[in-house]
Design a binder for this molecule. Sequence first.
Ligand code: HPA
Length: 262
Amino acid sequence: MPSVAIIGGTGVYHPDLLTEVAEVPVETPFGDVRVTLGKYQGKEVAFLPRHGAAHSVPPHLVNYRANLTALKKIGVRSIMATAAVGSLNAEMKPGEFVFVNQFLDFTKGRKHTFFEGGPEGVVHIDLTEPYCPELRGTLARAARALGLPAKEGGVYVCTEGPRFETPAEIKMFRHLGGDLVGMTGIPEVVLAREAEVCYATVAMVTNFAAGIAACRLSHQEVVEMMRAQGENIRRLLMQAVAWIDGDRECACQRALSGPMEA
Ligand code: HPA
């Protein structure tokens, strides 16, 4: 069973560096999911393209609950999720990685929880530390080892999309403390915590956000930057895969049950 999974965002549709690749269907109460399984240096890894293999699912229609349930069901304990992001912060430039540590949620019509009353009950999950600090640390260490430009820490603003933001919205997000903006991080990170799976975002800055950028934004520009950075993204993920101890214990994996007794 794979203990590590990669969720590929925009521009990351194939598990290129994996060997012995096979696609498996996984049934969940939220719908079926096709997960790619493969190996890296003998370690089993799962791969899931968030938008489908041909980017056919827009951010607000991604079946986040099915995706997280499928990964949990096949035994995944750590998820690294890639995300193309616009930057609101002059210090976070196109071509740089950011391992975010907080978020602001501006999504609107998404299913944000596995716990909707009924048999599952009601859960108010703690998100003081929304992204797994250990996984984030491993990614930062991998970026340093590979000499890739990266920042550890940043506030990710999630919008509903699929449209880009107005300059007025970007100005507001900056006032609120946002550093980066994207459309898919929420509810993924929240559902991962509810599923007691470690989760970290690998944000790649593809552009300065609307009103900061000198020209209008296009999805094509985002895809091209992700393509240009493809090799760096793959090297980073695989270095992290090599370093993640699949059996390690983490507080994220006890999010519902609470801390273990000493
Ligand atoms: N806004 C929202 N999502 C994005 C952007 C952006 O500027 N760039 C890449 N994903």
